[in-house]
Write a protein of this length. Structure first.
Length: 440
């Protein structure tokens, strides 16, 4: 007689969408998990027969798929959600966001804002998030405790931040973060330079060297606005993308957020250097930055992920909304409804994002050997009935609130729409108090 396998958890779904290329959805499918990893995927009946006494998670009315990956965010800015809307970028930043950050963002508020953002993201089916902000060690602590996967950076800028007076202090914090958090099961430390127009060449080169030394992702905002590109050409004689290439900054480790204003050569440079691009359509639309040439980038082989950006410029961290808007936007702009099909968008929001964050061998598809980062989306709502095509369903019909269960590295962090690792009422109460202080 065979001994039953020692699995920790068996997720029993209505349908399992592995997102492995060429693999069809598995109806009445199940996923077996042991030691934080996926060990087997098959039919509910077969896996239950193999391990009849294994603990189960009932996702019987759900689509079970890889957790979503948010490739660009500033988590603690969730506390600034809706603080100043409908304003030009310069006024918004200089008169509202930067003063509020300067006055109110300290270690404690960054930790609180990060908790709020982690809660929102987990409840919306996101299992991995990138972050570039301040007090990055506090961000890492919050995410590790929340059981969420993160690629986290202390952001460098040639100015003071709420934490550091000089760029030298910032690089010291970056080095400390990389040394302190390497080999953590959920947290990948990262390096971030704010943008090519706010960080000098010497510091950009230093940041690229640090990222190379530690072998970690290198985040940056790139070619977000027309002003940025025009100023770069005027002052440096090159587009921001060409300028960074000239400095030797670009590599497979780079995660470039936005990339809205690119010419044909810029797109070639991004593809040649295997740069990962985070497309953030809601933020770009809200700040009227423009429309990133996503179909052209994909055509050229640029690696793509999707991001929300911070909640001050989105205003939610509902990545499914970014999926939907990405698909709709590029169809409309190209005048071709076959542009950016649902499967492409869903892939960018899962395995594509994981790839550009350097996690492609660990998460982003469901298959044995991968870490068990899984989201279960309810299919029993009016707006999710019926279902013909799970890819289009997730892009065009599903919403963050459809998230029923979420598992990160084998641990159930959302069960029946409730967080298991955080007290949302307490986080909300504290956030409301901080907001009262911010609005003065
Ligand atoms: Zn950003």
């Amino acid at each position: 007689m065979n001994t039953p396998p020692t699995w920790d958890l068996l997720v029993l779904g209505q349908s399992v969408l592995t997102l492995e290329p060429g693999v069809a959805p598995i109806e009445k499918g199940a996923v077996a998990i042991a030691d934080g990893k996926i060990v087997e995927i098959g039919l509910v009946s077969d896996l239950l027969e193999k391990a009849p006494t294994c603990e189960v998670l009932d996702a019987g009315n759900c689509l079970v798929m890889p957790g979503l990956v948010n490739t660009h965010s500033h988590l603690a800015m969730s506390l600034l959600r809706g603080l100043a809307d409908d304003l030009p970028l310069k006024t918004w930043l200089e008169e509202h966001i930067w003063p509020a950050e300067g006055q109110h963002m300290d270690r404690e508020t960054v930790a609180l804002g990060t908790q709020l953002a982690a809660a929102e993201q987990l409840l919306g089916g996101i299992t991995t998030t990138a972050d570039m902000y301040f007090f990055a060690d506090a961000v890492c602590e919050v995410l590790a405790e929340a059981g969420m996967r993160g690629v986290i950076a202390e952001s460098l800028i040639d100015a003071s931040t709420p934490r550091c007076a000089t760029p030298e202090e910032m690089t010291a914090k970056q080095r400390e973060l990389c040394e302190g958090w390497q080999n953590h099961p959920l947290i990948t430390p990262s390096i971030a330079a704010h943008a090519p127009y706010t960080v000098c060449a010497a510091n950009l080169i230093k940041e690229a060297e640090l990222a190379e030394e530690f072998g970690v992702p290198l985040q940056i905002h790139l070619s977000e606005t027309r002003w940025e590109v025009e100023t770069s050409i005027e002052q440096k004689g090159a587009s921001p993308v060409a300028y960074l290439e000239g400095l030797g900054f670009l590599s497979e480790q780079v995660v470039a957020a936005h990339c809205v204003h690119l010419d044909r050569r810029d797109i070639e440079i991004l593809a040649e250097n295997r740069v990962g691009v985070s497309h953030n359509p809601v933020s770009n639309l809200k700040l009227a930055s423009g429309v990133a040439p996503v179909p052209e980038m994909l055509e050229a082989g640029v690696r793509l992920g999707l991001g929300t950006d911070g909640a001050a410029s989105n205003n939610t961290l509902d990545l499914l909304r970014d999926l939907q808007i990405a698909a709709l936007l590029h169809k409309s702009v190209s005048g071709d409804p076959t542009t950016l099909p649902a499967a492409t968008v869903l892939s960018a929001a899962t395995n594509g994002g994981a790839e550009i964050l350097g996690l492609g061998d660990r998460v982003g598809v469901l298959k044995p050997g991968m870490e068990a980062d899984i989201a279960c989306f309810a299919l029993d709502k009016a707006h999710t009935t019926p279902i013909y095509d799970p890819w289009s369903h997730m892009v065009f019909a599903a919403r963050a609130a459809d998230t029923r269960h979420v598992i990160v590295r084998g641990k159930v962090v959302v069960r029946d729409r409730q967080l298991t690792t955080m007290d949302l009422d307490e986080i909300r109460a504290k956030s409301t108090k901080v907001a009262a202080r911010i609005s003065g």
